[in-house]
Design a binder for this molecule. Structure first.
Ligand SMILES: [Zn+2]
Length: 475
């Protein structure tokens, strides 16, 4: 059971608000503040969602009836059909698919083993978008680096003809802040190694688990540099490779992978609207990606994000009247291997009359929400403070105005859309992220109820408050 105990406000937040209030004309600040009636509605919505929310059912359905759904696969198309059928039950005014072209990729099979000095098999997986090895595999000496930075500083003669092993470990943190630095070796590592003449790359998984599970995830080959096969080994298996170096002898690995790119495939974003009663062209967007990796069932990444926002929409659609602004749910295609859905949606949105007033994304796992951050103009701080007041009893602390939102909303944010961010406790999320252990067994239904209560309250206020959120802050 999660704890919903109240927690102290963020110490930086109050002075910021005071400063903002002092700088702004009183009329503007007053105009932005939500009415007592709106706060009361959001509070009642919060309590109803907390008591009756059943996001777990949607997550169960998606992981059971579709399961793993990598972009461009038959299961990805099944997920699109699943979304169209299941959203139809929730009370939206309009639901439509938006075609997205994605590139499909096949994982195939992988084998990694130590051949010298002390031969043994390892648990490994190909990184997403990796090319495969030749049919006979690759057998070569290994050069070990503590970090991507150390590899970047290496001379080509240290690397040429070798398998590069990057042994950098990801740090565990409640805010998931270990991920950003650790993921660099996965996304950029293959080309950095290839540029220096490496024949393949093996990384310590971008993950915090000491279980023997490897974490996959997308790589990005740089233009004009040879594409080499890339693998991740589990944390204990990385320890095994590192341990071999203690012998002082040459360490060698055998690598095999039949991974390959498959070319273009059809997928779709799903766009579902609860139409605004007064300002239908002003959109409050809720985003979550529908695709997943293939090793688990894509439960916390991202069936639960999809489920939380579906349930949020269901409660909003049950309100006695429509919100002033349009509440739009977008289930995005192919977040994991390239943000294709995000780019397609935003390109079309730029052509339309509609204005995206503010956005919120659910893609941080299924942990309890512990903090609320914003990335909005200062004149909207009174709205953020009112939202925080409604979130406080859920055990959610006030954050600051440094939110940047999630990956799918990044293309709208780059064009100035402000963002709101409900942060899930990610202490344990990166134990299972992108692994075979990302299944519904790891999900606490009570935490999902708290999340729906929080999203519903925040989105209801955003969709009804008089003032707007300005532009995403530039600094
Ligand atoms: Zn995700």
């Amino acid at each position: 059971m999660p704890s919903f105990a109240a927690s102290p406000r963020h110490p930086l937040f109050r002075p910021l608000l005071a400063l903002a209030a002092a700088l702004l004309a009183p009329a503007l600040a007053t105009a932005a503040e939500p009415s007592a009636r709106l706060v009361k509605e959001a509070t009642e919505l919060r309590d109803r969602a907390l008591a009756e929310g059943n996001a777990w059912q949607h997550a169960w359905s998606l992981t059971t009836e579709v399961g793993p759904r990598p972009a461009g696969s038959a299961a990805d198309r099944a997920a699109v059909a699943w979304a169209l059928a299941n959203l139809a039950e929730l009370g939206f005014d309009d639901i439509r698919p938006q075609p997205v072209e994605v590139t499909a990729w096949e994982r195939g099979t992988a084998e990694v083993r130590i051949t010298a000095p002390f031969p043994q098999p390892l648990v490994a997986t190909a990184l997403g978008r990796s090319v495969g090895t030749p049919e006979a595999g690759i057998e070569a000496p290994v050069v070990r680096f503590e970090s991507l930075a150390e590899l970047e500083a290496a001379k080509p003669e240290q690397v040429r003809g070798r398998i590069v092993f990057i042994d950098e470990r990801m740090e565990r943190a409640r805010d998931g802040s270990g991920y950003g630095p650790a993921v660099q070796k996965r996304s950029r590592g293959p080309s950095v190694a290839a540029e220096r003449g490496a024949v393949a790359l093996v990384i310590r998984s971008v993950g915090t688990s000491n279980d023997r599970v490897a974490h996959t995830g997308g790589l990005r080959y740089a233009e004009g540099i040879p594409r080499i096969p890339a693998f991740a080994v589990s944390n204990p298996d990385a320890d095994l490779i590192g341990g071999q170096f203690a012998s002082g002898e040459e360490v060698r690995l055998y690598l095999y992978s039949s991974a390959r790119m498959l070319g273009p495939a059809r997928s779709a974003n799903i766009i579902a609207d609860i139409r605004g009663a007064e300002k239908p062209d002003e959109i409050v967007i809720m985003g979550a990606h529908l695709d997943s990796w293939d090793l688990g069932t894509g439960a916390q990444d991202n069936a639960t994000g999809v489920a939380i926002l579906m349930e949020t929409a269901r409660f909003i659609a049950m309100m006695p009247g429509r919100p002033a602004r349009t509440v739009r749910l977008v289930l995005y295609a192919n977040e994991e291997r390239g943000l294709d859905g995000s780019r397609t949606y935003t390109a079309a949105a730029m052509e339309s009359e509609a204005r995206h007033v503010v956005g919120i994304e659910a893609d941080g796992g299924a942990g309890v929400i512990y903090r609320f951050d914003s990335g909005v103009a200062e004149h909207a701080f009174p709205v953020i403070e009112a939202m925080q007041g409604v979130l406080e009893p859920l055990g959610i602390e006030a954050g600051d105005n440094s939110a940047i939102g999630g990956a799918d909303l990044s293309t709208l944010r780059e064009r100035g859309m402000p963002v709101l961010s409900l942060r899930h406790d990610a202490t344990e999320y990166f134990d299972l992220h992108h692994t075979a252990n990302d299944t519904l067994a790891t999900v606490d239904p009570e935490a999902l109820k708290q999340a729906v209560a929080a999203y519903a309250a925040v989105v209801w206020i955003a969709a009804n408050v008089e003032g707007d959120f300005g532009e995403f802050p530039k600094n």
